[in-house]
Design a protein around this ligand. Sequence first.
Ligand code: C5P
Length: 214
Amino acid sequence: MKVKNNIILALDVMNMKEATEICEKLEKDLDTIKIGYPLTLAEGLEAVSEIKETFNFKVICDYKVADIPATNSKICNQTFKAGADAIICHGFVGQDSVQACADEAGEFNAEVFLLTEMSHPGAKLFLQENADAIAKMGVDMGIKNYVAPATRINRLKEIREIVGKDAFIISPGVGKQGGDVKETLTYANAAIIGRSIYESDDSQKALKDFISLI
Ligand code: C5P
């Protein structure tokens, strides 16, 4: 996946009006949007279709898919039918569950991002100790895309070493959660940024400020 300006907007607003306004303001400098549960639960999966129809964005659905293979397939099927270009799935559920997502993505010519370690403090409790193994599993499975934290640069670096230079890493946690955009992009291909942009009084300027730091 190619990401303009190496920044992905996390569009975690709670209604389509706000989502559309932000997208209109930022569409010149962005071409990739991440939609998660906040907007999807507020507005339905149509939010994905509407963004795809209205803008020229690639949409990554951050549904952190983490179920049995049969259910993962159904979740991915619905998400790709709505127009998503990619979906994020958890790795801790194991190879068969991740493979179900990858198989469904293949049917739609879409992509899967494997979530290794999350960016928030709580991720240290259970997820961190298994994140390297999750990344290794992804490599063994031939997964090309990964999510790794911008809040712990040493971990981002270690995960990059495991997945290799040709893998595509997107990294959340820049801005509000404390991560630095330039440092993050030393190891990640794109930074995911949400609140620091969409909660800003001037979202265009906030985005441009991040771009100028890269
Ligand atoms: O608002 P903020 O910039 O913190 O947004 C980060 C986005 O990335 C949110 O949508 C959050 O759910 C997501 N995310 C994360 N850490 C992960 C995976 C996803 O912060 N490990």
